[in-house]
Every structure is written in C-alpha cells, then in structure tokens.
Design a protein around this ligand. Structure first.
Ligand SMILES: [Zn+2]
Length: 69
C-alpha cells in the first residue's frame, strides 16, 4: 500500500493522502505556497507493512462531499 505526500522544502509543513484526499492535498499545498512563498515537493511513499493495527481503507472510497460554497 502506498500514499502520496506533499511536503514543503523550506519548513516542516506536509500533507498526506493518508489524512486527506488528493484534491484537498492539492488545495492545502497551494494555500501553503501562496501564504508563505515556500516551494512544495511531492513524492509517493510506501506504508510500512509492520501491522500497526491501523485500518486506512476509507480514503480511497471517500468521494469529496459536494458542498456548495
Ligand atoms: Zn513551508
């Protein structure tokens, strides 16, 4: 299993698809860049198969609720 993480090259900001959807992650990365001028990098990482007992299947089947602004 793998996930994608965006992280800041200038501070310890990061956003993982383990905690939010890809579209949310993109929005957070853009917001951080706009707010700080920092550069955002991204990479795919593999989760450790070390059996922590955490179930993280929800993210892939969680369509963003269509909230109208
Ligand atoms: Zn930053």
């Amino acid at each position: 299993m793998s996930y994608f993480v965006n992280y800041c090259t200038e501070c310890d900001w990061s956003a993982s698809t383990q905690a939010c959807t890809r579209s949310e992650q993109s929005g957070l990365a853009i917001a951080h860049h706009v707010a700080t001028g920092h550069d955002i990098a991204g990479e795919r990482r593999a989760t450790e198969p070390s059996g922590t007992g955490q179930e993280t299947g929800w993210a892939t089947e969680w369509p963003p609720p269509s909230e109208d602004s």
